[in-house]
Design a binder for this molecule. Structure first.
Ligand code: P6P
Length: 335
């Protein structure tokens, strides 16, 4: 029997300490946690449940949908539409805003999520995750529209992710630090195991998809080449590289041992400002990273300050250990 603090107990304590997690938000985060437990079961069943592989369909991103993309999206909708706390939802897997069906109690929050980030890794059994962001619904109409979601990341009430890895973890912030919870499958509870997560300011590890090297802008070319030069170059020390192609896994590694993650603006597809989506990847992860003492930038602008223009807007992302992100920002300023 574990004697740790479970998620619901933690949120109540956090509200007593900081007044940052009102009972409605506690209730919503509790239902999001239930959603992530159900997704963890679906993902961990793997090939046993016949949910591997892709569908014929594409999402609005033009990406082939995995069966689990659709299944996990449905899980999030089904559980959270009945939380009684939401006016609407938006997802990577849906073109437009989702309104809470008639007959269900509505609330004053908006939930934006990527139900299965890194889903291309599912078939090869590499860690994937869920990313979520909670905003206030400021509109007056009973049904929110896409424009109601387009709030800067600084307006997030809460943000977090679930990582379906060797263990299932839930990591979240309500604006007063970052805390990690591990799923105890024996009792079906998320238990506090990583209180007060902070990112080391210095690191020797960078993460980037190096196959895009020829498309990067000069500041990123310079930063990466200096890391690769190691002891023989201007940094005077060796670096290590990682690329999991699952943002949740990369950010979690950085929260645990530091690092810098970059999916920068590149010339591969000039029409795209970046690959990662602002509302349900960059913003929630940026709030977590900043709350853990790191930085998150496009290279030219703090990501949390961006005024969104579209639900599925893409942005360049450079986040992680403060000293390294500051260096990359400096190289952009010099350029
Ligand atoms: P690439 C997953 O599809 C994702 O959105 C992030 O989780 C991940 O960091 C990135 O894209 C991987 O992109 O181009 O390396 O496959």
């Amino acid at each position: 029997m574990h004697t740790g603090t479970n998620l619901i107990q933690f949120l109540a304590d956090e509200h007593r300490r900081t007044a940052s997690v009102c009972p409605d938000v506690q209730a919503l985060l509790g239902q999001i946690a239930v959603s992530c437990k159900e997704i963890s079961n679906a993902v961990n069943q793997g090939a046993l449940s016949g949910v591997m592989g892709s569908l014929e369909s594409e999402n609005i991103q033009g990406e082939t949908q995995k069966k689990l993309d659709v299944i996990t999206n449905e899980i999030f909708l089904r559980i959270n539409e009945r939380s009684g706390q939401l006016a609407g939802m938006a997802s990577e897997e849906m073109d437009d805003a989702y309104t809470i069906p008639d007959g269900y109690v509505r609330g004053k929050y908006l939930l934006v999520f990527d139900p299965l980030d890194g889903s291309s890794n599912v078939d090869v059994n590499i860690s994937v995750g869920t990313i979520f962001s909670v905003l206030r619904y400021e509109g007056k109409a009973s049904n929110p529209v896409a424009a109601d979601f387009l709030q800067p990341g600084t307006r997030q009430v809460a943000a977090g992710y679930a990582l379906y890895g060797s263990s299932t973890m839930l990591v979240l912030t309500t604006g007063h630090g970052v805390n990690g919870f591990s799923l105890d499958r024996n009792v079906g509870e998320f238990v506090l195991t990583h209180a007060g997560m902070t990112i080391p300011a210095e690191t020797k590890e960078f993460a980037i998809n190096a196959s895009n090297q020829r498309f990067w802008e000069a500041p990123v070319q310079r930063y990466v080449s200096e890391c690769v030069a190691g002891k023989t170059g201007p940094r005077g020390r060796d670096f290590n590289m990682r690329w999991v192609a699952s943002m949740v896994a990369e950010v979690h590694r950085i929260l645990i041992r530091g690092g810098i993650f970059m999916y920068p603006k590149d010339t591969k597809d000039p029409a795209k400002a970046g690959k990662l989506r602002l509302m349900y990847e960059a913003n929630p992860m940026s709030l977590i990273v900043e709350q853990a003492g790191g930085l998150s930038s496009t290279g030219r602008q703090r990501i949390l300050d961006i005024q969104p223009e579209g639900l599925h807007q893409r942005v360049p992302v450079i986040l992680g250990s403060r000293q390294e992100v500051e260096r990359v920002i400096g190289y952009h300023a010099e350029a």
